[in-house]
Design a protein around this ligand. Structure first.
Ligand code: F6R
Length: 615
């Protein structure tokens, strides 16, 4: 949440920072602001609303040229999305500017203390106190990095802070605790950002900052220390995707681009994980095989779409390994005092690797002695760093707020983990594992075929733009797919959408069915457990008899559903457990098109942000 950029070098800081903010706008779009060091002073500009409002402001009132600057795009926590609450925040003398991501929990006490010393605080934010505290400390030590260290030691909560001071031109200082911040290292220039996407057009060399560290950037390089001033070790890494991967590539939205990239994302996530004999080699899973053999319970923690991936994984893990598997919303996990020990394997699924709820669940699990395996899409992010092992999904950067390709790759990673557990525990034979891997290797092509047949789905979505409600039904692995279809529609089209386990209908939700209500039904393969398929066909008849307009997603060749489908969406035949990889795709396309038809911006739905770094 919130996107932060800092720059020191020889280019126009404003240009670099604004281009970086554009790439980070997915993190929050309630307001945006910049500050540039120029002519011995500090030149700030900020505006409520999207970045375009700030661009207009800068066109009307240009800032002086400078080569050191910071910027921010906001997802509001403390104080509404107004000009006054937009970052950067300045001290009363207008010499220091600070941008912030996170929540400073003790800000009220600090604010009262500052007011007592005569400071005049103009916004409702928690951030502004930092600008005033930095100004006080700087006036005593004349060193912005030292001032930042002193201030950070007084702050409680989660924060990334980036600041500049007019009396220390050519320096940008950042700090992080429980909130993302990466350093980009160029030739005679350095960058700070919430995400490498902000500086990938300039450099692919990055440094991972650790917890409770302060970084000082100047043209001469980068210095990192702990909050106590001790020198700190940092890990350098090379970003293996380039600027074009973070562009729309001719698509109308990032979401459409990311939906289209799914065949490749799925294939990339399988790459290098299967040896010449067809066995799984998950090198990154550094939990010793004997510990995995002793695991007596798997607990999956995740949020939102990643949680739905976890719900699907449960079916595969229990079926292939016979280990009991629980799936829990990360935000609920630690508050119910879950029963965990050294024999529990906790799997944390997160695209961003920064979701605070999931991170807190990871920490809680490790405190209980459990091993944690992260499934993550973002190299160098906090969740994999704090886990015992990680399996990276190779979806590439996901920019649209609604998760699509990351979800499919999370599923692939979950299937790989389930098979790996089956392999090390001997509950799955080598030939069985190879058969599933062959099926997974064919999924990219199957998704490609689904994508090629989506025009009727788009047409249907447009025709439903005036609806208030859409329901989704599924059974077995189709149930989480229904939940995911409903989530996509809620977040993008702002419609009432709910997913149900089809068997649960008769216990209440069937009362919602009325004449013409669209109900999307995900039908299991008739070639799997036919009883499951037949039960769902009965459910379709029950809702149709009560007036529902049925949208049936069924395997090619399954003719039993044809008489009961007002709209039939065909998906390629896949093994039962893998069906979500193809069945989810029409639901993504459906939500994207329906939202567009309602005039919504699909990449940046209202009230949301891509990376949820507050609890
Ligand atoms: C929905 C969506 C969110 C995320 C959730 C977890 O489309 O994107 O529900 O799935 O916020 O985010 P990560 O995976 O980054 O932990």
């Amino acid at each position: 949440m919130c996107g932060i950029v800092g720059y020191v070098g020889s280019q126009s800081a404003l240009d670099v920072v604004m281009a970086g903010l554009k790439r980070l706008e997915y993190r929050g779009y309630d307001s945006a602001g910049v500050a540039v060091l120029a002519d011995g002073g500090l030149a700030p500009a900020k505006r409520a609303g999207k970045l375009v409002n700030l661009e207009k402001e800068l066109a009307e009132h240009p800032l002086p040229a400078g080569t050191t600057g910071i910027g921010h795009t906001r997802w509001a926590t403390h104080g509404g999305p107004t000009d006054a609450n937009a970052h950067p925040h300045l001290d009363n003398a207008g010499r220091v500017a600070v941008v912030h991501n996170g929540i400073i929990e003790n800000f009220a006490a600090l604010r009262a203390e500052l007011a007592g010393r005569g400071h005049d605080l103009a916004s409702e934010t928690d951030t502004e106190v930092v600008a005033h505290l930095l100004a006080e400390e700087f006036s005593a030590c004349a060193d912005l990095a030292e001032a930042m260290r002193l201030v950070c030691r007084r702050l409680e909560g989660a924060f990334t802070l980036v600041a500049v001071h007019a009396d220390e031109p050519g320096v940008v200082v950042g700090a992080r605790r429980n909130s993302p911040l990466v350093v980009g290292v160029g030739e005679g220039e350095s960058f700070l950002a919430s995400d490498v996407a902000a500086f990938i057009a300039h450099t692919r060399e990055a440094l991972e900052l650790g917890q409770d560290q302060v970084v000082e950037l100047s043209r001469d390089g980068v210095t990192v220390t702990g909050f106590d001033g001790s020198p700190a070790e940092v890990r350098a890494y090379h970003v293996d995707w380039d600027a074009s991967a973070a562009e729309k590539g001719g698509h109308a939205s990032f979401m459409l681009k990311e939906i289209a990239e799914q065949p490749k994302a799925v294939a990339d996530t399988l790459l290098g994980r299967i040896d010449a004999e067809g066995s799984l080699t998950l090198d990154e899973v550094r939990i010793p095989a004997h510990e995995l053999r002793e695991t007596d319970k798997v607990v999956i923690v995740a949020c939102g779409t990643a949680f739905h991936a976890g719900l699907i994984a449960k079916y595969a893990i229990e079926h292939w390994t016979r280990i009991p598997c629980e799936v829990e919303l990360a935000s609920e996990f630690r508050y119910r005092d879950p029963i965990l020990d050294q024999r529990s394997l906790v799997i944390a699924i997160s695209q961003s690797g920064e979701t605070m709820d999931t991170l807190m669940a990871v920490r809680h699990a490790r405190e209980q002695g459990s091993k944690v395996l992260a499934i993550c899409n973002t190299n160098g992010s906090t969740i994999p760093r704090e886990s015992d092992a990680v399996l990276y999904t190779h979806a590439g950067p996901e920019v649209a707020v609604a998760s699509t390709k990351a979800f499919l790759t999370q599923l692939v990673a979950c299937y790989l983990v389930a098979l790996y557990l089956g392999q090390v525990r001997g509950t799955k034979w080598g030939d069985e594992i190879r058969a599933v891997i062959r099926d997974l290797a064919g999924i990219g092509q199957a998704v490609e075929r689904v994508l090629g047949t989506m025009e009727p789905v788009r047409e249907l979505a447009r025709s439903l733009a005036g609806q208030d409600t859409v329901l989704f039904l599924g059974r077995h692995v189709g149930y989480p797919v229904a939940l995911e279809g409903a989530l996509k529609l809620k977040e993008l089209a702002y419609m009432h959408a709910e997913g149900f386990a089809a068997g649960e209908l008769k216990h209440g939700p069937i009362a919602l069915i009325e004449e013409g209500l669209p109900v999307v039904v995900v039908v299991p393969s008739p070639r799997g457990r036919s009883v499951l398929h037949d039960k769902l066909v009965s459910n379709i008849q029950e809702i149709r008899a009560r007036g529902a307009r049925t949208v049936v997603i069924a395997e090619e060749g399954d003719e039993t559903v044809t008489p009961y489908a007002d709209h039939l969406v065909r998906i390629p035949a896949t093994p039962t457990l893998l069906q979500p990889l193809v069945a989810t795709v029409p639901l993504q396309v459906f939500a994207c098109e329906l939202a567009t038809a309602r005039g919504n911006e699909v990449d940046q739905p209202r009230n949301l942000a891509k990376s949820v770094t507050v609890e």
